[in-house]
Design a protein around this ligand. Structure first.
Ligand code: FMN
Length: 141
């Protein structure tokens, strides 16, 4: 996620780590939660039916659709998207200073009682990550 390197086949399959959880299931009976790439109710249902996981985790989608769990359970949403924001400079995008902070900024908005902003410019997230890195470097603990 951090480097933005995702094979097309992985994205199409949605749940990135299904093969890992299959192996984990063979080793333990403890309930397992799988996060990473789920974007449709059909794929979530299928993964649960197959029995290798007990709970589906969602990260980026919840930053944009905080009411998503209710929408899934009341049947009003079947598919959802979580964009991969960029600033258009491949090298900087791949450094990981855009995507994660972009979603952090969405969480900050939610924390302030604002709605998520899907058109938030990637450059703002990059600036936010630079700023927090800079201040963290000089902060005395
Ligand atoms: C804002 C944000 C913060 C995250 N922080 C962590 C973290 O501290 N540790 C971790 O292992 N994964 C972290 N992740 C990764 C998520 O747990 C998850 O594995 C990843 O986003 C893929 O799931 P998704 O496709 O549902 O977003 C974070 C993701 C986001 C969007």
């Amino acid at each position: 996620m951090i480097t933005g390197d995702r094979k097309k086949s992985t994205v199409a399959r949605e749940a990135y780590f299904l093969s890992y959880i299959e192996k984990a299931r063979k080793l333990t009976k403890t309930p397992l939660l799988l996060t990473g790439g789920f974007r449709s109710v059909a794929v979530m249902d299928k993964a649960l039916e197959e029995g290798n996981l007990d709970v589906v985790g969602l990260a980026r989608p919840f930053c944009l659709y905080p009411n998503l769990a209710n929408q899934i359970f009341n049947g009003s949403v079947k598919r959802f998207e979580a964009p991969i924001p960029s600033i258009g400079i491949k090298f900087l995008d791949k450094l990981g200073g855009v995507e994660l902070p972009w979603y952090e900024l969405q969480i900050q908005r939610l924390g302030k009682g604002k709605s998520p902003k899907k058109n938030l410019p990637g450059i703002l997230a990059f600036w936010f990550s630079l700023k927090s890195l800079f201040f963290k470097s000089f902060r005395k603990n």
